[in-house]
Ligand binder design. Sequence first.
Ligand SMILES: CC(C)(COP(=O)(O)OP(=O)(O)OC[C@H]1O[C@@H](n2cnc3c(N)ncnc32)[C@H](O)[C@@H]1OP(=O)(O)O)[C@@H](O)C(=O)NCCC(=O)NCCS
Length: 199
Amino acid sequence: MTDLMLPPDRLVTDTLVIRSFDVGDGPGHAEAVTASYDHLRHYMEWAKPRQSAAESELLCRRFRAQYLLRQDFVLGVFDRRSESLVGGAGFHLRGRTLATQYAEIGMWIHAAHAGRGLGTRVLVALLRWGFSEWPWQRIEWRCDEENGASRRVAEKAGMPLETRMRNDATPTGRRRNTLIYAAHRSEWDAETRLAGVLA
Ligand SMILES: CC(C)(COP(=O)(O)OP(=O)(O)OC[C@H]1O[C@@H](n2cnc3c(N)ncnc32)[C@H](O)[C@@H]1OP(=O)(O)O)[C@@H](O)C(=O)NCCC(=O)NCCS
């Protein structure tokens, strides 16, 4: 089944469009990540104090290519009305093959939009989408134990905590305890979760 899987193009909700980054998204991406630097730098190792539109454009094109080649599925989260970028997310294989039907969701929310429930809405939307139009059987959310907002978002989206990895390391070697939350297709009741989150 996954041999021929073509990644779904986009998810449109009442307020959001969640889709692959594409040619031309660079300036908006640069604005969003630069404006969010202080908010992102603690837990997003790629964050830089200033990112140029050209750097972001190349990145968005790389994300697009990887998406089409089914290597990694990086997503932009856009406000449906204004079309501005309000965050980034993704279904990441982290070196696994599609045949494993196992993805990790990553996410950042633009500093100007954080703390208002958006991260939770995006996570719930990605879980619903991931268990309907994508082939995922297992979806993980990994976070630094000290990242209170990230932990809370996983809890609010109804992802149970499965594992606490002590003395883990980030790709650049920073030591941390990592919490792994996970949702499973066989257990996911989208309507129940959604009702709880949006009530
Ligand atoms: C983590 C992140 C994606 C959450 O998005 P968001 O839109 O701010 O999330 P929400 O508004 O839906 O929910 C945030 C929750 O965390 C809580 N929270 C915020 N800071 C917190 C902290 N330091 N400790 C504990 N809880 C905290 C908020 O009170 C809220 O919970 P509540 O609704 O029960 O009050 C966003 O803050 C972000 O981009 N952080 C930087 C990047 C990052 O850490 N990404 C995740 C990597 S795993």
